[in-house]
Design a protein around this ligand. Structure first.
Ligand code: AMP
Length: 358
């Protein structure tokens, strides 16, 4: 979607990834296939472009550093380094005074025992690195369960977090330009299924003080990280009205895909504008909108019936061109526009249900 936005504005796009025939590669002018640790290939790639950005925060920090020897990397590698590791990210947020759930670093069973004593049950144990969509995540509901969870495994570094009994999940997607200009889209509300984003809607009816606080926290995060580009702050809103940051995504985010059809400037165009040093575009929401994700599960009985979804005229279909539809894999999404976000959500879900009816 970034490459589409860039091509529309007359830019040429080169893409680098360890895979072939990637969604970006299908749109880009040049697709380079090499492992991220092939730093010679990374430097050669960076020498061929004016600016480097990424749409996946698990690009290794060394890869970003190698690219930076040949071209500006925006946002820079330190943003990747902080946000690709849950412990580093939460420590950074805590040290800078941003609200996060209570957490502890876990290496051993003893750490887990004492962490649970301090944080209490239920709690959530997550791998510190390379986690997303609930991968490597366990909810701990009893102290006994903890004993078996880490038994015999040296395992990767983990983070233990208190389980947040949230009322709603919100995201604020914002962008910061080369000159420090800050813009944000309207707050988005997210619903997850099996830890994977299912539905996003905007606008959201929130007390003005909560909206203001969410936006001020987001502004603070972009400034503290010195971000150039788009960044998403995922929040829990607790039943007592407190905002806690769940995680940061230093790139266009799944919950912001609705900006493509519903806003003056999409998050992808904004990423382009920011990293290319252009003025930022308006983030105005043109109509209430909803986005429903399409996961690989939909292909269980063969190709979904796309025409059925297209029969709902307010719904737009986006398919990413990913080659293998695995369960839980994000293959595309539907965006619906309507008079209210509730109506938009209903339309998007109806269109998605229609896909399964053949
Ligand atoms: P994550 O991969 O950390 O973004 O988690 C995916 C989803 O799992 C979140 O959007 C929440 O719905 C849920 N989740 C993650 N961490 C917690 C937590 N500490 N308390 C409650 N729910 C959580």
């Amino acid at each position: 979607m970034f490459a589409i936005a860039a091509r529309r504005m007359g830019y040429r796009v080169h893409t680098f990834s360890p895979e072939t025939d990637t969604p970006t590669g299908q749109v880009a002018d040049v697709e380079i296939t090499a492992p991220y640790d092939d730093l010679a290939a990374v430097k050669k790639f960076a020498r061929s472009v004016g600016v480097v950005t990424f749409e996946f925060e698990n690009v290794p920090a060394d890869t970003a550093a190698a690219a930076a020897e040949a071209a500006p990397v925006r946002p820079d590698g330190t943003v990747l380094h902080t946000t690709q590791h849950r412990l580093r990210e939460k420590t950074f947020l805590l040290q800078n005074g941003f609200p996060v759930p209570r957490f502890r670093s876990i290496h051993t069973i003893e750490d887990l025992r004492s962490g649970l004593q301090e944080i209490g049950c239920p709690a959530v144990l997550k791998t510190a690195g390379y986690g997303y969509d609930g991968k490597g995540q366990f909810k701990i509901t009893s102290f006994d369960q903890a004993e078996t969870l880490l038994e015999g495994s040296g395992g990767p570094e983990r983070i233990l977090e208190s389980f947040v009994d949230f009322e709603r999940e919100l995201s604020v997607i914002a962008a910061r330009g080369l000159d420090g200009e800050f813009v944000h889209w309207p707050i988005i509300e997210n619903t997850h299924r099996n830890h994977i984003l299912d539905l996003s809607v905007a606008p959201v009816n929130l007390p003005p003080s909560v909206s203001r606080e969410a936006i001020e926290i987001t502004r603070g995060v972009l400034e503290a990280l010195n971000v150039v580009g788009v960044l998403c702050v995922e929040f829990f809103l607790t039943r007592s009205g407190q905002l806690l940051i769940n995680e940061l995504a230093p790139r266009p985010h799944n919950s912001g895909h609705l900006t493509f059809d519903a806003c003056v400037t999409s998050q992808f165009e904004q990423q382009l504008r920011a990293v290319c040093g252009l003025p930022l575009g308006s983030t105005e929401l043109l109509r209430p909108a909803a986005m429903a994700n399409l996961l690989g599960d939909l292909w269980k009985d063969g190709e979904p019936d796309w025409a059925s979804a297209c029969r709902v005229p307010e719904v737009k279909l986006h398919l990413y061109g990913k080659l293998s539809p695995k369960p839980g894999r994000k293959m595309g999404h539907l965006t619906a526009l309507a008079a209210t976000s509730q109506q938009a959500a209903k339309l998007a879900c109806e269109a998605r249900n229609a896909l399964r009816q053949n």
